[in-house]
Write a protein of this length. Sequence first.
Length: 289
Amino acid sequence: MALDLLKHDVNANPSQTLVQQPAEEILGRIGSLETRLARTAREVDAAQAVRYRVFVEEMKAQLPPEAMRLHRDIDTFDAICDHLLVIDLAIEGEIEDQIVGTYRLLRHQVAMSHGGFYSASEFEIEPLLARHPDKLFMELGRSCVLPAYRTKRTVELLWQGNWAYALKHGMAAMFGCASFPGIHPEEHALALSFLQHNVSAKGEWAVAARPDLRREMDLVPPEGIDTRKALAAMPPLIKGYLRLGAMIGDGAVVDAAFNTTDVLVVLPISAISNRYINYYGADAGRFAS
């Protein structure tokens, strides 16, 4: 859901010198690809440009006029989030030219100091937080990768970065919106129904779409769901979350601006499959440099 725009510095000095990233700040590396947090406004700007290419040029999102003019996906949350990058060092040019994927990360303490989480515009996040007063949550959002880099290596690095970040900051759970393409939930009836019937977040982790925005996910009866076909119809990002052990909130939300149908993913750290913890390393050391 589009929000108010940040002021955007269109006069940034293109000759700004970038300091070499200290090795301990690199969260993971596979071949020529590495993942770390953005350190400068120019790197955040480049991540916003990647988001624009994916969300607007590829997925046909309609952003506010200033964002469309700047060819950047920008909103007010960018200023308070950390921006995880995947960088291909084999690409010649400036660091901005090397960014091929990004995730936006928002920590609990920061969100509470700045009016809440982005996902609260679509889902009832507050009751979930209130049931876990002793836990810190981390919101994942704006995940995107350029088409040529939608490979296992890139996904592994993104998750390496998320996992390392969560461990560093003592996060107890991750959550965030994940999207199906298009604004007609019925076109994804099989996949949405599978999520509703099989991986719905319940009990202390239950969370629902805002009543004024809610669209039903229970579109196919349980006996009519072919699991193999449902999973095949699932966006890769959502399938990735499910493999990790994620649950899905109750109800979907149509985001007309981004041309998507959104569900809320909830992933307690304690629920992450041991297979993946062992793969990435309990200390996030699997792909660390």
